[in-house]
Design a binder for this molecule. Structure first.
Ligand code: SAH
Length: 346
């Protein structure tokens, strides 16, 4: 039988306080429960030991605590860990821990599947089933933080929203999860260590600027020519580059924070001089840096990583214009944990 009880972690602290007031109790009780849920990561009402039996029963009667469960953990030869995470309704998402010499980064999912249709991304083959709730995103981070402490002897240092899904199409819950990650009751992490990556939803980029968010923004660009971008990211048809440009200019005006462009160079798709010129021009609009990402093949060979000569041509052209460019090698390929490979294979 499906229960009508509410997911208690969908409530804000104020709503929890209101609940107790409505029950004739003190608002303060809400703070106590909130601390149990987020600060202490309680998995049951039973374990909330500073509450009376009556209060615990009252919670039990009205709410559930939905926790994720790491169903399967795979470790790559390079130290990367991929978690298959089971949600309360049985659906699965994946998240990844990426260790480097200086940091450990959690790559988390924001949706089950994805509604975008990027031709080079394995996740696009999964239909979008639903958005993740804030607590489901937060729990992925906690699971990876625990693994980081266990296997690398230090806490998680950075978070990227580059797992499954398009974070800006689940904006409300993504923001709520970041609020918890950065708040003292949660992980107390600095927002400067968090990056949200998007294919570029102009309206939401502007909203983020208005909301004065403090995390970093990365845009999966892959081409600065509309015809090419639409071919590989059909979503570009609805949100063409001129709208993206305008939104990014607005973002920079308000936040003064530079944008990262993620860019894969493919053989015969975006490796010509016209492609390079277009990117250099796009980079002149707002202060930015470019991450050239290694392509992670997902199957049929329609897309092939471009030659190292083509990559060098990009680097030279960007550096000539004093644009910062990094080449990002991929990690965790042997366990299908690299960018664009998350597809619930197992
Ligand atoms: N929807 C968001 C976040 C998920 S994708 C976004 O588009 O940014 C995370 C990053 O992986 C994006 O930059 C995406 O373009 C890139 N990516 C997707 N498939 C890839 C692949 N097969 N190889 C390399 N990078 C890929």
């Amino acid at each position: 039988m499906k229960s009508n009880k509410k997911d208690i972690r969908a409530l804000t602290k104020e709503q929890l306080r209101d609940f107790f007031v409505a029950q004739g109790d003190k608002a303060f009780r809400g703070n106590q429960v909130y601390e149990w849920l987020w600060g202490k990561g309680a998995h049951s009402f039973e374990g909330m030991t500073n509450l009376s039996k009556q209060t615990r029963d009252q919670l039990e009667a009205n709410f559930v605590i939905n926790h994720i469960k790491v169903d399967q953990m795979q470790r790559s030869s390079d130290g990367t860990i991929k978690n298959a995470v089971r949600l309360h309704d049985g659906l699965i998402v994946e998240s990844v821990l990426i260790p480097t010499a200086k940091r450990t980064t959690a790559c988390v999912s924001s949706q089950v599947g994805c509604s975008l249709d990027c031709k080079f991304c394995a996740t696009s083959r999964l239909k979008r089933m639903r958005n993740l709730n804030a607590d489901e995103i937060y729990d992925q981070v906690i699971a990876i933080d625990n693994e980081s402490r266990l296997y690398h002897n230090h806490p998680l240092s950075n978070i990227v929203f580059m797992g499954m899904g398009e974070p800006l199409m689940n904006y409300k819950n993504v923001i709520k999860s970041i609020d918890m990650i950065t708040s003292e009751e949660g992980l107390g992490m600095s927002p400067k260590r968090i990056t949200v990556s998007t294919s570029g939803v102009p309206k939401i980029i502007k909203k983020m600027a208005d909301d004065e968010v403090k995390f970093h923004l990365a845009v999966s660009l892959h081409s600065a020519i509309d015809e090419v971008r639409t071919q590989i990211m059909p979503f570009n048809e609805t949100f063409p580059l001129k709208d993206l440009k305008e939104a990014l200019e607005y973002w920079y005006q308000k936040t003064e924070r530079r944008i990262t462009y993620e860019y894969v160079v493919w053989d015969g798709i975006n490796d010509a001089k016209k492609d390079i010129d277009a990117l250099v021009r796009f980079c002149s609009y707002v202060p930015c840096k470019v991450n050239l990402i290694e392509y992670n093949p997902i199957d049929d060979g329609e897309f092939q990583q471009a030659s190292s000569q083509a990559i060098d041509n990009y680097i030279n052209a960007l550096e000539r214009k004093k644009i910062v460019v990094n080449v990002r090698r991929s990690r965790g390929k042997d366990i299908d944990a690299a960018c664009g490979q998350l597809a619930n294979k197992s």
